[in-house]
Each structure stands twice: as C-alpha cells, then as structure tokens.
Design a protein around this ligand. Structure first.
Ligand code: KG4
Ligand code: ZN
Length: 360
C-alpha cells in the first residue's frame, strides 16, 4: 500500500515540513533556517528558536501541501520530531502535529530525531540492514549499529562535545560566524593543514568513544599565541581551519575504523557490509572523502546521503515515520515531547545523565 505522510521538524533552528511517500517520492520538502535570528548571539537561543517555529510552521505546512499537490484526504499520517532537542521547538512541532491529526482525523506519530538521521540514507538509496552508522551532528557524535527499524546498538559516543558543536565553537573563536561547520570548511579549503599542530584526542586508544573539547582548547591556545604576535591574519585563520578539520577527520576515521572491526565481528556472515555517515557534519567533503577511503580499505560500501538530507530536514522525519508506520507504530495524543531521548536505551550514558534521563 502506498502511504503518504506529512513530516514536521522543529528540534533545533530549522523549521521544516515535508511530504513523502512510502515509494520514496519526496513530494515536498520545505525548510526555513533561522541563522539570521541567532547570529547576533553567536549560537542558537532556545526561546528565539521556539518563537520562530511558532511564527513559521503553519505557513511552511501550507506551502508543502501546495507544492506537493496533495490534499488532506490523501495524507495517511502526521509525523513530527518528538525529541531529542530544544524543548520549546519540539513542543511547537508536536502540538501542531497532534492538533492536525485530531482535526483531520489522522494517526499521529512522534519520531526520534536521531532515528530520522539514522534511516535517512534508505530514502535515497537501497541500504539494507544491518549497517554501521556514524552520526555526526550539532548535538551528537555516535557510532551505531543499525540492525533494523527500532534496533540500534551504540558502539561509541562523545564523552564531551558533539562534533558539530566543536565546529561551531571553533568558528565562533575564529570570528567566522554561523553556521560554523560550512564556514570552517570554506576557510579550510584556502588553508594548509600541518602548519599548526592540533591533538587527535583518543585516537589510537581502545574503544569507539570520541572527545573534542581538548581540540577546541588547543586551538584557542594557538589563537592566543597568534594574537600576542599581532595576528591572526587571514592566512593564519585558514591554516587553523585546515588543521582543525584534519584533526577532527582523523579522530572520526580512527574511531570509525575500530567500529568497522566490531561490526564485522558482530555480523561475521553478513556480506556487503556498509558504512553510512549522516547528520549535518556529514556534508563536510574532507570527512566524506576520508571515510570513503577508509571504507574502501576495509572492504565496506560507503553511503553518504546528499548534503540537503544530512542537515536537519523534515523529509528524513517523514521517512522514518513511514518506516515505523509500516511496523504498525502510532502514538496516543498524550505523547510528550522529550528533550532527551537516546536511540539505544540499553547503553550506559557517557555524559548528561540527570532527572530527564540520558542525554544521548
Ligand atoms: O544535523 P544538523 O543539521 O543538526 C543537528 O541535529 O544538530 O547538524 C548541524 C551541525 C552544525 O553544528 C553545523 O555546523 C554542522 O552540522 N555542519 C557542518 C557542515 N555543515 C553543517 N560541519 C562541518 N562541515 C560542514 N560542511
Ligand atoms: Zn539533526
């Protein structure tokens, strides 16, 4: 049966609505980034983000419906990101989805944002389970064995900052503005890695966990030195960006290499092993190339969704919803948005365990 769903994403600073079918047709994919609303503050301000979602979501949903040519009777379900993320934004998306589901008499389903990223490559390519996923975004950095829809085993996670967060903080330190990742990548293209020396935290150590906070501090020290010498000039900044990007990529490749070995040990009879990279940082071209090389060396297929599907969007939420709906999933109207919602609930949290549960 061909299903069509409306997907809604409001977990951070992108307001998005998409209409996607179970036979992988993306009928509409509307997205509004709030970069300008937050630029003056040097980072995402949760209250501003929530207000902006309230102001724009209705309009984006109307736009998505108009662009798709699909009317309400043909929509089979309404799917929204239910967590993890900024609670104000999540509430806007979840309440809107529930209200529409009630008014139009449709099923409602909340999706874990990380599951949206995790299943996103299946929307555009044939990727069978199981596969190894490197999930690299503004809020997360994890290696996950994706064994099926709803079956996720975490092999590693960050013990401090997320990788996108490290890019964003680096951009801020260097005065490059938002969004940090693309700005650092653009500067790195003009620079030379190796002129400055930054550490590769945890590289070469056992396990698959990540650490990025030391890298940021080391970069700050280099910057201090340069400013004592009257710098930094544009060339210094470009070289720092190139070295930072190389260091991050080396760390990600080192940890992913270990996870590939673990994956092969978990599925010794599985042919056609696949490594998938997803999340906003997966749009980084240096990282993609280095992961591609690693995959080739280890005999893995390498899949990286197109850039528009790596950064936050509602098409991936709609798709994850379709995968869940095929299993009969649905949420009751009393579902509550969750700022924390780990994908693998059995793994020990590394950081951020509190009253609201594990952070990642
Ligand atoms: O997945 P995403 O859109 O939102 C979250 O779920 O967090 O990821 C956003 C993150 C930001 O930290 C952004 O700086 C980073 O992805 N990012 C990049 C690039 N494009 C986005 N990092 C490095 N290189 C890029 N080209
Ligand atoms: Zn995301």
């Amino acid at each position: 049966m061909r299903r069509i769903v409306l997907g809604i994403e409001t977990s951070c600073d992108e307001t998005a609505a998409a209409i996607v079918s179970s036979d992988k047709e993306i009928l509409a994919n509307e997205i509004l980034s709030q970069f300008e609303d937050h630029a003056a503050y040097g980072g995402v301000v949760p209250e501003i983000a929530a207000r902006s979602h309230v102001e724009h979501l209705d309009h984006l949903i109307r736009k998505a419906l108009a662009a798709s040519g699909i009317d309400w009777p043909r929509i089979d379900a309404i799917v929204a990101t239910g967590g993890p993320g900024l609670i104000g934004g999540l509430l806007v998306g979840v309440v809107t989805a529930k209200a529409l589901a009630f008014a139009k008499d449709k099923p409602f389903l909340a999706i874990n944002h990380l599951e949206g990223h995790a299943l996103s490559p299946r929307l555009v390519e044939e990727v069978d389970f199981p596969y190894l996923l490197l999930l690299v975004s503004g809020g997360h950095c994890q290696l996950i064995q994706v064994e099926g829809v709803g079956a996720y085993k975490r092999l590693g996670t960050t013990i401090d900052d997320a990788v996108g967060e490290a890019f964003d903080k680096t951009a801020k330190l260097l005065g490059l503005g938002m969004p940090g990742g693309p700005k650092v990548e653009a500067m790195a293209r003009k620079g030379r890695a190796g002129r400055f020396s930054l550490p590769r935290p945890l590289a070469g150590t056992p396990g698959c966990d990540f650490s990025f906070s030391g890298l940021k501090t080391a970069l700050w020290r280099q910057l201090e030195k340069l400013s004592q010498q009257g710098g930094p000039d544009d060339e210094d900044i470009a070289d720092l960006c190139a070295e930072f990007q190389a260091a991050v990529s080396d760390c990600l490749v080192d940890r992913t290499g270990r996870a590939l070995t673990q994956f092969t040990a978990s599925f010794p009879d599985h042919m056609d092993n696949t490594l998938v990279v997803a999340g906003g940082v997966a749009s980084n071209m240096t990282l993609r190339q280095n992961l591609k090389d690693l995959s080739a060396a280890e005999g893995f297929h390498f899949v990286a969704p197109p850039g528009w599907l790596c950064t936050d969007n509602a098409a991936m939420i709609a798709w994850a919803g379709l995968e869940r709906l095929a299993q009969g999933a649905q949420h009751a109207p009393d579902f509550e948005a969750r700022s924390r919602w780990p994908l693998d609930t059995t793994s020990k949290p590394q950081i951020g365990y509190g009253k609201r549960g594990a952070k990642v």
